[in-house]
Write a protein that binds this ligand. Structure first.
Ligand SMILES: Nc1ncnc2c1ncn2[C@@H]1O[C@H](COP(=O)(O)OP(=O)(O)O)[C@@H](O)[C@H]1O
Ligand SMILES: [Mg+2]
Length: 453
């Protein structure tokens, strides 16, 4: 035996065979004790456990006895080696050679060179019948080994085979477990992949829907703006009045001021009058520019811009715009504000558009009223953390069964109506997280009501 290689605890791959499980350290320790005991009791130099690994046979465990020429790891090509062990393994049977030198068949075998002229060995098998190797004793003198010794070695062989059975069963169990884990992992991987695919699909759908919603919102904004311009067209007279009124004021006060100044050289009274006239001019100028600013805001094309708003101020802003028009039609508009209202989130231009729609509708519903004062009241009240706004009129009213259909797009009872005001208003309020509803009054007329938070 020439070469030495580490082979005891590693599973070796024999070509074309399953890898054999490694022999754990504690069992190796037990085997060492067995071969030591064996050599000691039989009083021979060598007790061995040999193992076949691949095409080689290895000294796997060797007794720690004096004069033992075999060392763990020594190995040799197995088949055709002419070793005692080759015969034991191939015949799967006990082999006893008391003295090789006297035996034609054995006198030239490789162990004779190491002076090992007698041999007793038994095959060791894995539980599945595959050869593991041999357990054997060798002696440098003639030895016939009694039946008692044979019984002892086969007993040790049985112990080794029991150990192999434990190792084998454990390895099989682990293999099955690994396979199970692999299968589970694979099916889990498939499930995860499917889940990811499904998620991707949902995400794609969501982004598609967002795009649709986005373009819908854009269309709504455009529609709202067009309707704003249309409605404002109806208010052309009012706008002209709202702007020309303060300008007229500026002119009147300017003239008065000039007059005061002419006769003013000495009189401090005249100077004071002139100062007051200039103050009025400034106030009127501011009012005209306020109106223009409000109109410009009202027409601007941008989408909803939500800010914190005081709803009373929003209402007031629109009332100023329509006041003149309403007065012209003999309609009295009043506000009934709750003073300590919480601020709400909203787009003031869009909310003014809603209010304008509701007020103009109310005014339309009042044109035929001749038997009572025509009145519109705008009420603000706190409601569950937000505010409620009501536009009440004492006009012709709406039949109960029409209370919902008036919100349909293009529903109108007016010859020049577009039938879009209420449907746009409702969608604006909905975008603000609120609700716009119509209710018949106890007396004549209708109340439109919406909430904001
Ligand atoms: N305050 C109201 N009183 C009575 N009827 C109303 C009132 N507000 C709206 N309506 C009815 O609802 C219809 C739809 O209103 P709207 O959507 O603003 O469109 P339009 O004003 O162009 O007709 C009106 O034509 C009218 O019949
Ligand atoms: Mg309308």
């Amino acid at each position: 035996m020439k070469e030495v290689s580490p082979c005891r605890t590693e599973a070796s791959l024999s070509p074309g065979h399953e890898p054999e499980p490694p022999i754990p350290e504690p069992i190796l320790g037990k085997w060492q004790k067995i071969v030591n005991l064996m050599a000691e009791m039989l009083d021979v130099p060598a007790g061995l456990i040999m193992r076949i690994l691949g095409a080689d046979i290895h000294v796997f465990v060797s007794s720690a006895t004096k004069g033992n020429p075999y060392h763990p790891g020594d190995h040799e090509h197995f088949w055709g080696s002419g070793l005692y062990c080759e015969t034991v393994v191939s015949k799967n049977h006990e082999l006893l050679v008391p003295n090789a030198l006297l035996d034609e068949a054995w006198k030239n075998n490789p162990d004779v060179k190491l002076d090992m002229i007698s041999y007793l060995g038994y095959p060791i098998r894995w539980p599945d019948g595959k050869p593991f190797g041999t357990i054997c004793v060798l002696d440098c003198k003639t030895n016939s080994y009694s039946e008692k010794y044979k019984g002892l070695i086969t007993h040790f062989r049985d112990i080794v085979e029991t150990h192999l059975e434990i190792i084998y069963t454990e390895a099989k169990r682990r293999e099955e477990l690994e396979q199970l884990v692999n299968e589970r992992t694979a099916s889990l991987r498939v499930a995860v992949a499917q889940q990811i695919e499904a998620n991707d699909r949902v995400l794609a759908e969501i982004s598609e829907r967002k795009k649709t919603e986005e373009s819908l919102r854009k269309a709504q904004d455009d529609l709202a703006r067009i309707s704003r311009i249309t409605t404002m067209g109806e208010l052309a007279a009012t706008i002209a009045h709202e702007v020309s009124q303060p300008l007229l004021g500026v002119m009147t006060n300017g003239n008065a001021c000039l007059r005061w100044l002419k006769g003013a050289e000495s009189s401090s009274q005249n100077l004071e009058e002139a100062r007051q006239a200039v103050e009025r001019m400034i106030r009127d100028g501011k009012r005209a520019s306020d109106v223009i600013l409000r109109l410009r805001n009202f027409f601007k094309a941008s989408g909803a811009e939500k800010t914190w708003l005081k709803i009373n101020e929003v209402v007031e802003g629109i009332v100023i715009l329509v006041q003149h028009e309403l007065t012209r039609n003999h309609v009295l508009i009043r506000t009934d504000f709750f003073e300590q209202l919480p601020s709400v989130q909203g787009d003031s231009v869009q909310l003014q558009q809603v209010l304008l729609n509701l007020i103009l509708n109310a005014a339309d519903a009042l044109t035929e009223v001749v038997d009572r004062p025509r009145e519109i009241t705008i009420v603000t009240r706190p409601e569950s953390g937000g505010v409620r706004v009501e536009v009440q009129d004492n006009g012709v009213g709406i039949e109960k069964e029409k209370l919902e259909s008036i919100f349909q797009p293009f529903y109108t009872t007016k010859t020049n109506g577009m039938g879009l005001g209420l449907s746009i208003s409702r969608s604006i309020i909905k975008n603000h997280g609120g609700q716009l509803v119509a209710q018949p009054n106890h007396g004549p007329g209708t109340t439109f009501c919406f909430t904001l938070t």
